[in-house]
Design a protein around this ligand. Structure first.
Ligand SMILES: [Zn+2]
Length: 305
């Protein structure tokens, strides 16, 4: 079975302002980086439905965001999260991409998927949009998968350099979802300490500024991956942020393209053992365009092996 790439041009319409690091150029860089990779099928993302969103976000929260979307210009939600014309559609396509990817995988039409979409999602809490994020796509995807009778447990692996405070908050009392994150501390948003364990389903692997690939690989191979193996997930989702790359301007974690290939390869091996190889990944952060192209290519190459 092939690996599928899900995308939509509506994701290019979200424009948080000319000097904002989270730009449409990011998705263009990712798609350019994937150019020439073999056996990839590129499919368009549908919009997430109101029902899919409401499993994570209160209806009033999303209605408020929709109402705030301006016809032109930019409206701020917080100091670094903005809405432009097209932001709502972009976020809907991004959540819809992951739900669609999960359906393709669970219906045996694909084994693995990568959603090349934006804005990112893992900072969004149930009723708080923050950190460039509007909807929490990976949470919406996990809840979508759990509607299937044969999907009892979903593991979310988050290797974005920032802690996914939103994903953690959404699932910290839900034993059907395990959330494991490596991230730099101290760094935005400040959560992700080792003593934040939810109902035993949260594992945080904080790393220090300057920690490179060796520390990253050790954290995952000694703690993160064994914990997910023990959870026996029926599906693995990845919050794939590439801002721990050494070229990234927002953090200092010093990873290389090869580290992204390595972690993805490890995740696929784990998925082969525990959940018939099923992995669906979605783009989160990554703000250096050259690093984003190279590391997302390494990620998808490993997914497609
Ligand atoms: Zn990030």
């Amino acid at each position: 079975m092939s690996t599928i790439i899900i995308q939509h041009d509506d994701c290019l319409r979200h424009n948080p302002g000319p000097s904002h690091p989270e730009s449409a150029l990011r998705v263009k860089a990712v798609m350019a980086g994937l150019d020439g990779l073999r056996s990839l099928e590129i499919l368009p993302a549908p919009r997430a439905t109101a029902g899919q969103i409401s499993r994570v976000h209160p209806q009033a929260f999303w209605a408020d965001i929709t109402l705030k979307e301006p016809a032109e210009g930019v409206v701020g939600i917080d100091v670094d999260t903005f809405l432009s014309n097209g932001s709502v559609d972009a976020a809907l396509r991004a959540s819809g991409a992951l739900c669609f990817a999960i359906d393709q995988i669970l219906d045996n039409r694909a084994l693995r998927a990568f959603c090349a979409v934006r804005p990112p999602g893992h900072h969004s809490e149930q009723a708080v949009a923050m950190g460039f994020c509007l909807l929490n796509h990976v949470a919406i995807g996990a809840m979508h998968a759990l509607q299937r009778p044969d999907i009892k447990r979903v593991a979310i692996i988050d290797f974005d350099v920032h802690h996914g405070n939103g994903t953690q908050a959404i699932f910290e009392q839900n034993p059907d979802v395990m959330y494991v994150s490596s991230h730099q501390l101290p760094l935005y948003p400040g959560t992700g300490q080792t003593d934040e364990t939810g109902c035993g389903n949260i594992l945080n692997l904080p790393l220090a500024p300057g920690d490179g690939g060796k520390s990253f690989r050790h954290a995952w191979s000694s703690k993160g991956l064994p914990a997910i193996h023990g959870f026996e997930p029926d599906l693995i989702l990845i919050s794939a942020g590439f801002d721990a790359h050494q070229r990234d301007p927002l953090a200092q974690m010093e990873l290389q393209d090869a580290d992204y290939h390595w972690i993805t390869d490890q995740i696929c091996d784990l998925a082969d053992d525990s959940c018939h190889g099923r992995v669906a990944s979605i783009l989160e952060g990554g703000y250096d365009l050259e690093a984003l192209a190279g590391s997302s290519r390494a990620h998808v190459q490993a997914l497609a092996c």
